[in-house]
Design a protein around this ligand. Structure first.
Ligand SMILES: NC(=O)c1ccc[n+]([C@@H]2O[C@H](COP(=O)([O-])OP(=O)(O)OC[C@H]3O[C@@H](n4cnc5c(N)ncnc54)[C@H](O)[C@@H]3O)[C@@H](O)[C@H]2O)c1
Length: 700
């Protein structure tokens, strides 16, 4: 065994040279790996005793991608192309032996081998699109030549990996190796040498491209298929264009186009935001004042109180993760209704092919419904999801205190109530925490974990682990009205409402936010949720526009009439003159002067600036640990477009000095607490600093 660099070694097994990458934890393509590969392939090419070559990796995976810590730094030679060329031009058959994941640059390296073999559980992918990029080392040009364009389009423009069976079926690998991968790959290389097998270079293969030339409709069909999901994103379309280019330009020209596009995307704002976001999600799970080695509590079973909209959805998360759930309602009817919804949700998933019926039954068998809270004495964690009423929550937590066993975690799903107050009714406030799921709770990724004043460190650490176990993206927040996310949403709501009173039609406000990349605007969202949520018909006097709309029989999508009128067949919304009349009447009563000159730019500013302002205030108050956590909340909980990073990243992109000046100017004109400039923004702007430069802080 010879060390070529500190990360790559060369070993000879008979006629076969073994080039072994060893760069834990994931064998990323760091400089030492690239250099080692280049040296290795140069050496084996020149060594007459070598007849064939195997490239493999030590540790838990094949090369799992680029070293993203090198992103944004000056490029260090060799890049990826030199070792790739050395490998592809090697005069002896090269076999890449893949286990774990061959992702991004890892797969692009593997595609320069003449043959590929994989362990049964290996996975192969070009996930660059998820970071706003394209595969920049030949992926868009080699992959369609080996798998055909249809699969390449999916792998590059959607970014989901495939497994060994599929890789074998599409031709991406030549063989699946059961048993020891390296031994199997060496034996395979020996066979290739013995058979004088051709050195198959993917770059020269044309047969699958020819098939696509005969029928180009696959590209437009694919573009249509991903249009809605990838709206406003630059990278997916670029991936499609480059794969289509394989039909029309030479391999070398295609590589040139790919490299140029890669540089453009890498230097662009979208990829910067997506890379920032990628790291933000990882950071969010770290709590600065809780050591990593904090011993965790065991959560092997869960109790949920309330089987309503949220309780049922929350239960599904645990059932999906194989964790048994005891769910308790106040009476049999409510219980049956709740369980029925869970079952129907699962059946719908089964129909769409996401689960088998057996999997549905398996999950349902983990669910134990009942109407007696005493069963919570047997679980490790109880999550309360009853009505949003403080006196009720207090009664329930006092009861739970008497029932739950010592050390059990007591969580509340409240969306806005004070968790300290709830905790205070128990004799164990250290065991109480907020777990704020988002609706629909079985779908939405975000979990705002509310760290109350007395929440014990191990309770928080355990809840973070639970979040991970059930596939949620956690963000730790402090006790504040609406916590982090809904508190910011409320600021946007105030301005959206004010602007429609001033004369901007709801459809204009919605279309600006939709255009920005939100899944829908605030008025479409209200219609979807139902205008009558929290509306009391016996105590209504047009105090808000929403109340006025309810009074005139408008309930939202559910009765086809809300801020919009909905087509009964297609549910397509159309603006309604009656709504504009109601708004105008309301504004007149309030003495709000009508304007015809509200621009889209003003709408965007007035919706987003107060959000960032409130985000900054949450930081000042110690209700969030880092600005990037706030962005995690908004991307996962509210559909903020990831290519805009999040509201705090967006504000930094505008320049905090510009943000400060605009907030001050709007505040002078419009007034209101939400326009009072956050001292933190003021300070950072005056120092020329950004939110991201702040150290993570403990929740207060
Ligand atoms: N719906 C949302 O979008 C959403 C989002 C996040 C958080 N939340 C919060 O989740 C909680 C539940 O909201 P929801 O939307 O599921 O409400 P819901 O009305 O759909 O469900 C509440 C359920 O609790 C049951 N319940 C009430 N009192 C009970 C008692 N004493 N014992 C047992 N069960 C009892 C009710 O029968 C009902 O089925 C609230 O605190 C709410 O603020 C809701």
């Amino acid at each position: 065994m010879v060390a070529l660099t500190e990360m790559v070694a060369l070993e000879q097994r008979g006629d076969i040279a073994l080039i072994l990458v060893d760069n834990p934890p994931v064998n990323a393509l760091s400089h030492g790996v690239r250099l080692g590969l280049l040296k290795g392939f140069e050496q084996v090419a020149a060594d007459d005793s070598v007849k064939g070559v195997v490239l493999a990796c030590r540790g838990r995976t094949f090369i799992a991608g680029a070293d993203i810590t090198e992103f944004g730094k000056p490029a260090k030679t060799p890049g990826l192309e030199e070792p790739q060329v050395a490998m592809e031009n090697c005069p002896k058959p090269v076999v890449a032996a893949i286990h774990g994941t061959a992702l991004g640059g890892g797969l692009e390296i593997a595609m320069c081998a003449h043959y590929r073999v994989g362990a049964p559980a290996a996975r192969y992918g070009q996930p660059e699109v998820k970071l706003g990029l394209i595969p920049g080392a030949g992926g868009t040009q080699r992959l369609p030549r080996v798998t055909g364009v249809a699969k390449a389009l999916e792998m590059c423009a959607i970014g989901d990996p495939i497994g060994s069976e599929e890789a074998l079926a599409t031709g991406l690998i030549d063989k699946i190796i059961e048993g020891d991968l390296i031994d199997g790959a060496v034996a395979y290389a020996e066979e290739l040498v013995a058979a004088a097998a051709p050195l198959k270079k993917i770059r020269d293969r044309d047969e699958k491209i020819d098939e696509a030339r005969a029928d180009r409709s696959v590209f437009d069909a694919f573009r249509k298929r991903i249009a809605r999901k990838t709206r406003n994103f630059e990278a997916p379309a670029k991936n499609v264009d480059l794969i289509e280019a394989t039909l029309d330009v030479s391999f070398d020209e295609g590589i040139k186009q790919e490299q140029a596009a890669f540089q453009t995307l890498m230097a662009g704002r979208q990829s910067e935001a997506q890379r920032y976001y990628f790291f933000s999600e990882r950071e969010a799970a770290k709590v600065p004042d809780i050591p990593r080695e904090t011993p965790l509590r065991d959560v092997k079973s869960v109790g949920i109180l309330g089987a309503g909209t949220m309780g049922g959805g929350i239960a599904m998360n645990f059932l999906n993760a194989g964790i048994p759930v005891k769910i308790v309602e106040r009476d049999k009817d409510a219980l049956d209704r709740g369980i029925d919804v869970v079952r129907k949700n699962y059946q719908r998933s089964a129909k769409s092919g996401r689960f088998t019926m057996e999997q549905v039954e398996e999950r349902m068998s983990l669910l134990e419904p009942g109407t007696d809270k005493s069963v919570f004495g047997e679980v490790d964690m109880v999550i309360e999801a009853v009505f949003e009423l403080m006196p009720l929550k207090k009664t329930i937590f006092a009861e739970l205190d008497g029932i739950a066993r010592e050390g059990a975690i007591l969580a509340t799903n409240t969306s806005a109530l004070n968790v300290n107050e709830i905790a205070a009714v128990t004799k164990r406030p250290e065991d109480v925490i907020g777990t704020h799921f988002f609706s629909p709770a079985n779908v939405m990724k975000l979990l705002e974990i509310v760290r109350a004043e007395k929440t014990a460190p191990d309770v928080l650490a355990t809840t973070l682990k639970v979040a991970k176990a059930i596939g949620k993206v956690p963000a730790v927040v402090g006790v504040a009205p609406g916590f982090v996310g809904n508190r910011m949403l409320a600021q946007r709501g105030i301005e959206a409402e004010t602007m429609i009173m001033e004369g901007a039609p709801p459809a204009q406000v919605d279309s600006v936010l939709y255009g920005f990349g939100m899944p829908m605007g605030p008025f479409a969202m209200s219609d979807l949720a139902g205008l009558d949520v929290g509306w009391d018909p016996d105590n209504t006097s047009s105090r808000t526009i929403r109340e006025a709309l309810c009074e005139s029989g408008r309930r939202g999508q559910k009765n086809g009439r809300g801020y919009y009128t909905y087509d009964p067949e297609t549910r397509a919304p159309t603006p309604d003159p009656e709504v504009l009349e109601i708004i105008r009447g309301f504004a007149e009563k309030r003495g709000v002067a009508h304007r015809d000159d509200i621009t889209d730019e003003e709408i965007l500013d007035r919706c987003l600036l107060p959000m960032a302002n409130m985000g900054a205030k949450s930081l000042e108050e110690g209700k969030a640990m880092r600005s990037s956590d706030i962005d995690v909340v908004w991307v996962n909980g509210y559909g903020w477009p990831v290519y805009e990073g999040g509201p705090m990243f967006w504000a930094e992109g505008q320049g905090l000095d510009t943000v400060a000046a605009k907030i001050t100017a709007y505040g002078a004109k419009l007034g209101g607490e939400h326009w009072e400039l956050s001292p933190l923004i003021e300070k950072l702007a005056s120092e020329g600093k950004s939110f991201q430069e702040l150290e993570p802080q403990a929740i207060r």
